[in-house]
Structure formats: C-alpha cells, structure tokens
Design a protein around this ligand. Structure first.
Ligand SMILES: C[S@@+](CC[C@H](N)C(=O)[O-])C[C@H]1O[C@@H](n2cnc3c(N)ncnc32)[C@H](O)[C@@H]1O
Length: 269
C-alpha cells in the first residue's frame, strides 16, 4: 500500500481519485443532475462554485448543463484528476472551512456528499457559511447534500457491528473493516477503517470524522448567517434508496439518513 501506518490522516479512497470513482460510481450522474435540478427550480444564475468537488464529476456535469463552474477542493490529487478527467470547470485549491477565491461573485454554492460535515466545530461551520456569504451574489443559493445527524437519535443500525468490504485494484486485493461510532462530546460521527492488502504491507488504520448536524441546528446557523432555508428534507436525493429521479418532489420529513438543503442568501451584509 502506498499509505503508511503513521499517516492516519491519509485516505486510500480520496487519495486515489480513480479508485474513489470506481468504488462510488455515479454513471447516471444523479448527484450532478439533482444539483442542477435544485439550481433550476430555484432560479440560480449561471456562476456556480462546487466546494469539496472531489473528482470533479458533478462540477463537469453542471458545466455541461451550461453553467460557468469553479470546482474547489483541499486535495491536490483530486484537483489534478479533475483537471485531467472532468475538464470544463476551473479547478482551484481551497479549504471549505474558510475561503476567499477572489473571483467574481457566484450565483450558487454547491456542496455534495457530506463535504460540509468536514466543518467539525462551530467555528469551522461559521467559517464555511461566512465564506459562502462573502462569495455569493445577493439572493444566491446554497445547495448541499449530507448525512443527517438526527438519523442517529435512537437508531444504532449503522453503529452496531463493523462492516467489511473487499475489492481488487491495480492487481492488489484490498480488504477493509469499518467501524463507526458517535463521539457525543464532539458531536462527531467517527470512522475507523483498517485496510489489509495482499501485497505484503502491514495493515493501515485510517480515521475520518463528520459533524453530526441536526436539521433544526442547521436552520438556526443558516439564519444567523443571513440565509433563508427554502428546503430541508431527507429525500429523495442522489444517495437515498430509491435514488432521486427527475420530477420527484422533496419529502416533508428530515428523519432518514441523508439531508438535502437549499437555502437563499437574503441578508447579504
Ligand atoms: C466524500 S468526497 C465528496 C466529493 C464530491 N463532492 C462528490 O460528491 O463526489 C469529499 C471531498 O471533500 C474534500 N475535502 C475534505 N476536507 C476538505 C476541506 N476542508 N476543504 C475542501 N475540501 C475538502 C476531499 O478532498 C474530498 O474530495
């Protein structure tokens, strides 16, 4: 394995964008289509920032839909891959917990697949929303899709037992054992994943964490930053079962394991 045991911040999947896309395929571009549907439904202008853009596949979909797109991510590996494999958008390095791209204002910020939940602390969340407010035009939209913290209230099905997975990539067979647990003090969902590979390397342990945000908490912090919540619901969306399809209307609940958010910046300064 290319990662080392000492480097626990490394992530085999997000450090290897090609593998990331292979493990989480979205051949029908449901995430990009869902985001475009939200942007259209709420009348967003053409300039869009996809923050935490990863491999760039959603940013490129929005570009193909006729938008002027900037994709931003903290990972150089992701940005390099995005430029090579999903051209069209401009790709830049930025930290979503506090950014200023120094560009013309955007009409919308898109933040998919729980990237927003890398804001672990309230200060980081404030940093993200203050940055969105700074970079958006008055009336601009924030469209986000993430895990729902409220799902874990009284439900342990994702926490009860480790899950295992196996796949072969570039001739090496990998096996992962994943444990999720709730760190109530930090209000984080923590993940420990141990990788073994048949290439003779010792096992590697990698740790990640996501903020557990609750729908009412999210409404409150958005309002405090000048946003009006237009929609906040659990499905259907790109990562729900069944997944979203064109024409589907949002549910009125925020109970299941994903949250979908559309908010408008109503108080610009
Ligand atoms: C789960 S992936 C989601 C990628 C993409 N949005 C998608 O839906 O396929 C999370 C992405 O967030 C990026 N990321 C993690 N922390 C970040 C931060 N602080 N600022 C910007 N991007 C970050 C990672 O590099 C990774 O590409």
């Amino acid at each position: 394995m290319t990662t080392t045991a000492a480097n626990t911040a490394a992530n085999l999947l997000t450090d290897n964008p090609e593998l990331y896309e292979a493990r989480f395929p979205d051949r029908e571009r449901i995430a990009g289509r869902w985001a475009e549907d939200c942007l259209r439904r709420y009348g967003a202008g053409e300039r869009v920032l996809d923050i935490g853009c990863g491999t760039g596949r959603d940013a490129a979909h929005l570009h193909r839909a006729g938008r002027t797109v900037t994709g931003a991510d903290l990972s150089d590996a992701m940005l390099e891959y995005a430029r090579a494999h999903h051209p069209g958008p401009e790709y830049v390095r930025a930290d979503l917990r506090g950014f200023d791209l120094g560009q013309e204002p955007f009409d919308a910020v898109v933040c998919l697949d729980s990237a927003l939940l890398y804001c672990h602390t309230n200060e980081e969340l404030d940093g993200f929303l203050a940055s969105c407010r700074r970079c958006l035009t008055p009336g601009g939209l924030l469209v986000a899709e993430m895990r729902n913290g409220a799902f874990f209230l009284g439900r342990t099905e994702l926490l009860d037992a480790p899950t295992t997975n196996g796949f072969t990539w570039q001739g090496t067979a990998y096996r992962s054992t994943t444990t999720l647990y709730v760190d109530r003090t930090a209000q984080l969902l923590r993940r420990t994943r141990t990788w073994t590979a048949d290439d003779g390397c010792p096992p590697v342990e990698q740790r990640s964490a996501w903020r557990l945000l609750f729908p009412q908490e999210l409404r409150h912090v958005l309002t405090a930053h000048g946003f009006e919540v237009l929609a906040l619901y659990d499905g259907p969306g790109p990562r729900t079962e069944p997944p979203w399809r064109e024409g589907d209307l949002p549910a009125e609940t925020a109970d299941a394991d994903r949250l979908h958010l559309v908010a408008r910046l109503t108080h610009h300064r």
